[in-house]
Write a protein that binds this ligand. Structure first.
Ligand code: AMP
Length: 585
């Protein structure tokens, strides 16, 4: 396929904010994609060249792209970048100017673009920088202005076409089941109709379910294209590839929790550690974080006790790993063990220094059987039976108590807090496991005011003694509908000047430098990658920020390295917190 065809779709998607219109364009396009090209096209449509769980990253900084643009156009791109504030547009404009002079170009294909971008990640050793520049410049030299815009944006991982997962799912439905479901869409009026809503939803659910278990739209799309509805049901959950974790909304208190999950409910300790999704496939065990990063190598101790104390040839379990002090045996703050997640050296040593205990709270797959649709009470039974030695304290089922009685539940809540936990989880006994969704089959109850997990989208250089650092960080929450990140404030408090005291300006500055995609005077904008937990006094309405809200007195609490930008606080969460504040006042 010509890259220009894909770029035509990017441009159309970017040109509208209407979700139905986007679905219309994408579904029309999907119909034209060959099965053989589906993998590459569907990753590229999402602005990726690697699956989310692939360790490899493109890893090219803006400065390097400026060089590549200069080589392919002969023009210094710095000024254009400053004027447009968008590296993609800068490349587009400059290529446009150059093209008036030299009309020669070799047509780019999806294959060529994809392969060159993937190669960027595999380069190592001396001369890497030059080789990277060459790979990008090679593409830009053959690119049309519009192609250049999207090549650059793909490299910086900021496609900006506003395509959420829900829209991709619906596009697959429209593309391959549009006729069966008798869909009609009038673009002029943005009017969508189906003859039989139930029938339509059957396809939507089937595509969603298939996606839930493989976590890969190209597999789903290929199955639908080749084998239709039956193809979707043939997609089976297997251990080895991570699936999205189920998420839990917040309930105000136990009464509220009961009203969401029903009575009786399962109450569990809410351990304050980090989530591990552990897969076993025959002899191979793999550990993934909730961001779906593979951290198997970082946790040899966990591998060991899962191997010895969890029974089964194949399984996927959902657990919370909590750090504890070797001597006092008390739980320790998540921050101390979080350094284990990225550790690449002295792994055994740090494992001894910061041991973890594993609390297993769900099972999704067991000995070849998909348990997603089994009620939670059954999954829990299986989980308990899998742990062969619950007396061995390093791995155990999460502490659980089932009751319909509020005062008993309150007592359990107290007990959990006294044991050093964050709060409790309250779960619907009949609830299924819904990957990637915050559906309310389980809720969390915590005593503290909800903190916000935000992503850093920009920052301003400091002044005076802080002038070498980025000092004020622009933070954003996520619009779950469009996937867009919406600014909600700036934070400069809670960040330390000295590295030994915690998260420091220096550390954040170093983390952000390679992510810079735009500079405007003293302000830089970065790829939304760094997630931080923010405390604040209250949420106010605000016309200043795109989210429509602002955090009053925001303060950085922690870096949340295990969390992906897709999982941060959503605009909807902010609205709920805002409303509940008003209720209090
Ligand atoms: P939060 O991170 O505040 O959204 O709360 C949800 C997280 O709590 C989950 O992603 C788990 O990492 C963690 N957690 C701790 N204990 C449990 C439990 N018993 N059941 C489910 N999640 C738990």
């Amino acid at each position: 396929m010509k890259y220009a065809e894909l770029v035509g779709i990017y441009d159309k998607l970017e040109g509208t904010t209407k979700r139905l219109e986007k679905t219309h364009y994408l579904s029309g396009f999907l119909k034209t994609v060959d099965t053989a090209e589906m993998d590459k096209v569907l990753l590229l449509v999402q602005g990726r060249v690697f699956s989310p769980w692939d360790e490899r990253k493109i890893g090219v900084a803006a400065r390097l792209l400026l060089k590549a643009i200069q080589i392919s156009t002969g023009i210094d791109a710095e000024q254009e970048w400053k004027t447009t504030g968008d590296l993609g547009r800068a490349a587009e404009n400059l290529i446009g100017r150059k093209k008036q002079v030299t009309l020669f170009s070799q047509e780019l294909t999806v294959d060529k673009v994809f392969d060159n971008l993937q190669k960027l990640a595999s380069l190592e050793g001396t001369g890497t920088v030059d080789k990277k520049i060459k790979l990008i410049a090679e593409l830009l030299t053959s690119a049309s202005p519009l192609e250049a815009r999207y090549i650059i944006r793909t490299v910086i991982e900021e496609l900006r076409v506003g395509l959420g997962e829900g829209t991709i799912r619906d596009s697959i439905v429209w593309a391959y089941f549009g006729e069966q479901a008798k869909i009609s869409y009038l673009i002029k009026e943005n009017k969508f109709e189906v003859e039989n809503r139930e029938e339509y939803m059957k396809y939507v659910d089937a595509v969603q379910e298939a996606y839930d278990v493989v976590n890969d739209f190209s597999v789903v799309s290929k199955a639908a294209k080749q084998k239709g509805f039956e193809g979707l049901s043939e997609i089976k959950l297997e251990s080895g590839t991570p699936i999205k974790v189920m998420l839990y909304p917040k309930a105000k208190n136990i009464e509220d929790a009961y009203s969401i999950v029903g009575k009786p409910a399962a109450f569990e300790y809410k351990y304050d550690g980090f989530r591990m999704q552990i897969h076993k496939n025959n002899q191979e065990i793999k550990i993934f974080t909730r961001r779906l990063d593979d951290v198997t190598e970082q946790f040899p101790d966990v591998l060991d006790f899962v191997e010895k104390h969890v029974e089964g040839d194949s399984f996927i379990i959902d657990c919370e790993a909590v750090g504890y002090d070797r001597f006092s045996k008390k739980y320790i703050a998540f921050q101390s063990i979080s350094q284990r997640i990225r550790r690449k050296y002295d792994i055994e040593e740090i494992a001894k220094k910061f041991p973890v205990e594993l609390n297993v709270f769900d099972v999704i797959f067991y000995n070849g059987e998909n348990l997603i649709k089994k009620p939670f009470s059954e999954r829990r039974k299986i989980l308990v039976s899998m742990i062969t030695d619950p007396e061995y304290l390093k791995i155990k089922p999460a502490e659980q108590f089932i009751t319909s009685n509020i005062s008993e539940a309150e007592e359990f809540y107290q007990k959990s807090l006294e044991a050093g936990n964050e709060g409790i989880m309250v779960k619907n006994l009949a609830g299924i496991y819904k990957p990637g969704a915050r559906v309310g089959y389980g809720v969390k109850v915590k005593p503290t005011m909800e903190t916000v997990d935000a992503v850093i989208v920009g920052a301003e250089w400091g002044e005076g003694k802080r002038s070498a650092w980025l000092a004020s960080f622009i933070i954003a929450v996520r619009d779950a509908e469009t996937g867009e990140f919406l600014e909600i404030g700036r934070v400069g408090t809670g960040i330390k000047e000295k590295a030994e005291e915690g998260v420091s300006f220096g550390q954040l500055t170093e983390m952000m430098k390679p992510l810079i995609i735009k500079e405007e005077g003293k302000i830089v904008y970065v790829k939304p990658e760094i997630v931080i937990e923010i405390n604040y006094e209250e949420i106010q309405r605000s016309p200043t920020y795109k989210s429509g809200y602002a955090l009053r007195f925001p303060r950085l609490v922690h870096l949340r390295e295990e969390r992906s930008p897709e999982e941060i606080t959503t605009l909807e969460d902010i609205e709920i917190i805002y409303e509940s504040q008003r209720g209090r006042g």
